[in-house]
Design a protein around this ligand. Structure first.
Ligand code: MEV
Length: 437
């Protein structure tokens, strides 16, 4: 480390510029020394960046470009998850306090009614091929559809391994869209990506079929890329929470009302969904997923009707209990990407004990629902609990001999002090009465 620092000091005379040609070709230590110089980092600060934790600089350098160090985040586990009858301890990586405790508490609340139940579609990702410069787009659409089998065959030739494992291109959908740059013919390639997140496989297939689409239509293909609106790769989760867990029917009603707020106001829905993603993304980080893809998919799905909506629904069931459901895209993988390269992600997957990407997606949906429950409970019931406390304090004040205005004064003081006790009420009654006298 001393060397890095010395080199950096030696470079101090260099001009401060963000243009550093060949930066990516330097070693991690050399890059760091350039940044030490650029930002005037102390030796201690440089050491902090280059300190190797559970991700070696060597691996980090192979994962992304221009690496100068690594950064650690807390790795926690949420407990109490019973999902589809199976116990899960859920690894979560997050910087925000209370999220892990909230997930654990909410998961516990679901257990009395069997835990959280989930379901998922097949892991179908969508790849898009953008065709432009077509004079008769609707005829082009038909021609593409007529050659569906040929397109699928060509796509599947790109990934024999995926096909061997039961995946592959399954279908072709074509739409004509009106764009500011004129009409476009958009082909969707629907690909079962099995245990992969799938972006690479889908992109490769889209690139492979593009020339065929051009030949069939005489148009010009521009983009060939996966869509993060993974609405054919959905996860569903549902849970029932006994009313006693949320302060009785009054609590159930308050939570339903909190959800209804999100269902009618996108400003609230964004925060509501952020709470869901607190859970999903923490698991995504722990298991090395492309969490931006999950976030993009979640928000786009939330807005699919043209209006941004909550990803979950909370309602009261026939017993007066609280019933929650959630549906959202969940593009996650167990093969490829950081899940395979980050040593800690591998450990996280082992702790979680999931065997397929679909199982991981189902757990993440369950965690999202639990996280949402915890947030709504805290937000909606705090008011009620405070109200209950005040009522309780008034009763104690009356028991301690308070009458008239004194009841509220004694009660409020006890709530402020968080000492709602008979002996304290007696003291306060005495104190306030003496003051008046
Ligand atoms: C904070 O990270 C998440 C919440 O704001 C979610 C919500 O409001 O539902 C508590």
């Amino acid at each position: 480390m001393k060397n890095v620092f010395n080199v950096a000091q030696g470079l101090k005379t260099m001009m401060r510029t963000s243009r550093i040609p060949g930066f990516y070709n330097l070693s991690v230590a050399e890059r760091l020394s350039r940044i030490v110089e650029y930002a005037g980092l102390t030796e201690e600060e440089a050491r902090l960046l280059s300190k190797e934790g559970n991700l070696s600089l060597d691996i980090a350098d192979k994962m992304v470009e221009n690496v100068i160090g690594t950064m650690a985040y807390p790795f926690s586990v949420a407990l109490n998850f019973l999902i589809d009858g199976k116990e899960y301890i859920v690894p979560m990586v997050i910087e925000e306090t209370s999220v892990v405790a909230a997930a654990s508490n909410a998961a516990k609340m679901t257990r009395a009614k069997g835990g959280i139940f989930t379901d998922a579609t097949d892991p179908i990702m969508i790849g898009q091929v953008q065709l432009t410069e077509v004079t008769s787009p609707f005829t082009a659409r038909m021609k593409i559809l007529e050659h569906r089998d040929e397109i699928l065959k060509l796509a599947n030739e790109q990934d024999p391994v995926l096909v061997k494992f039961g995946g592959g291109a399954r279908d072709v959908e074509v739409k004509v869209v009106d764009s500011p740059a004129g009409p476009m013919v958009i082909t969707h390639l629907l690909v079962d990506v099995r245990d992969a997140m799938g972006a690479n496989a889908v992109n490769t297939m889209c690139e492979a079929v593009a020339p065929l689409i051009e030949r069939l239509t005489g148009g010009k293909v521009c983009l060939r890329i996966v869509s993060n609106l993974a609405d054919k790769r959905l996860v569903r989760a549902r849970a029932t929470v006994a009313k006693e867990e949320v302060g009785g029917e009054e609590g159930v009603d308050a939570i339903v009302k909190a959800w209804a707020f999100a269902a009618s106001d996108p400003y609230r829905a964004a925060t509501h969904n952020k709470g869901i993603l607190n859970g999903c993304i923490a698991v995504a980080l722990a298991t090395g997923q492309d969490h931006r893809a999950i976030e993009a998919g979640a928000h786009a799905y939330a807005a699919r009707t043209g209006r941004y909506m909550p990803l979950s629904v909370w309602e009261k069931d026939e017993n007066g209990d609280l019933a929650g459901t959630l549906e959202m895209p969940m593009a996650v993988g167990l093969v490829g990407g950081a899940t395979k390269t980050h040593p800690v992600a591998k450990v996280a997957v082992k702790i979680l004990g999931v065997k397929t990407a679909t199982e991981l997606a189902r757990v993440m949906g369950a965690v999202g629902l639990a996280q949402n429950l915890a947030a709504l409970r805290a937000l909606a019931l705090e008011g009620i609990q405070a109200g209950h406390m005040r009522l309780h304090a008034r009763n104690i004040a009356i028991q301690a001999g308070a009458t008239g205005d004194l009841i509220d004064r004694v009660a409020e003081q006890m709530v402020r002090e968080r000492k709602i006790r008979f002996d304290r009420a007696q003291e306060l009654v005495k104190e306030f009465t003496e003051k008046v006298a």
